[in-house]
Design a binder for this molecule. Structure first.
Ligand SMILES: [Zn+2]
Length: 331
């Protein structure tokens, strides 16, 4: 093999190494453009939400996988769950600037999961002193190292989309039951149960707008997410009933999936209540989780187009364990 052949092989090798990364960078730019076009949805004249993707974070979806929202109050803007990456948070900030010149005066994170707080960084870049609220258990868990776990997970799934993201933890602890005065208006913080989607979930009620932010306790067109191992399904059902019991609410903002009215929350309640009742029935009949799986899935067939339906086998196993634990407690 002469030198020339060697060098052309070498050049071809370099090209095959470089080209895929060039084309994926191009794809990512395209994806970023598409994500910027995701519409800002007006829930009320003062409340806006962007419906993020229902899937897991990837470079293609720009790690834009939650529903960031904001509330325009008389003296400032309150941001709720500002996105799943700094880039997503910056898209949200751009939208905020397009509809108001009021400053962001507070951020609230509904729970500990990274897709709901990585965008904090974007808000702090623009408003360095902005307080970021979350349940005190969220803050403690993040300080204990879950912030890094989430960062590693998201960086593995969506390295380019997460490249500019830095960890900015919430810094104002809540217990639930607070009526926060933010931007000249009231935000009621509700910690509905000790454990539902996680043990850190809060609802945020904006009474003047008749709106309730539900975090991931209620999701729409999405089953239970990928973190079912830290959920209590009995708690999800109970907390969803508590959401429906709040008086004078007309608009409900789920953590993932489209915003809706009471019927959306009732539909989500029916999902968790039906799957729990079905597992319990087969458990009482002495069946294992494996034996009951197809029958339980048939009971919630109307949700089969929801994202994550194919992962419900895991949910059935967890609900089965809850039934077993309840049996054990009542003995
Ligand atoms: Zn979550």
């Amino acid at each position: 093999m002469n030198k020339r052949t060697l060098s052309s092989i070498f050049a071809a090798l370099i090209l095959t190494m470089v080209l895929p990364s060039l084309s994926s960078a191009h794809d990512i730019q395209l994806a970023a453009k598409e994500i910027r076009k995701m519409p800002l949805v007006s829930v009320t004249p003062s409340i806006y939400v962007i419906h993020g993707m229902l899937s897991l974070p990837t470079n293609d979806n720009g790690a834009f996988v939650n529903n960031p929202g904001f509330v325009i109050m008389p003296e400032g803007v309150v941001v709720i769950d500002p996105g799943s990456s700094t880039d997503a948070g910056e898209i949200l900030m751009e939208h905020i600037r397009n509809v108001t010149d009021k400053p962001v005066v507070a951020v609230i994170n509904t729970h500990v999961h990274g897709d709901h707080w990585f965008g904090n960084h974007a808000v702090r870049k623009a408003f360095p002193d902005v307080p970021i609220y979350a349940h005190e258990k969220s803050i403690q868990r993040l300080i204990n190292g879950e912030d890094q776990d989430w960062f590693k997970l998201f960086t593995r799934l969506a390295p380019q989309a997460m490249a500019s993201t830095e960890i900015v933890r919430p810094n104002m602890g809540l217990k639930g039951g607070e009526a926060l005065d933010l931007g000249g208006g009231t935000f009621n913080i509700i910690y509905p149960v000790e454990k539902a989607h996680t043990d850190t979930d809060i609802f945020i009620e904006v009474p003047t707008e008749k709106t309730l932010f539900l975090g991931d306790i209620v999701m729409n067109h999405r089953t239970f997410g990928s973190r079912m191992n830290e959920s209590l399904f009995a708690g999800i059902e109970e907390a969803t009933r508590i959401a429906l019991d709040r008086p004078n609410i007309e608009h409900y903002v789920p953590g993932h999936g489209p915003v809706g009215g009471r019927d959306m929350v009732e539909h989500a309640l029916k999902f968790v209540a039906t799957i729990r009742a079905s597992v319990k029935k087969h458990y009482d009949a002495g069946e294992t989780d494996f034996e009951m799986k197809d029958k339980v899935l048939a009971s919630v067939d109307e949700y089969k187009t929801w994202y994550g339906f194919d992962e419900l086998g895991r949910a059935i196993s967890y609900i089965y364990l809850e039934a077993e634990a309840q049996d054990f407690e009542s003995e």
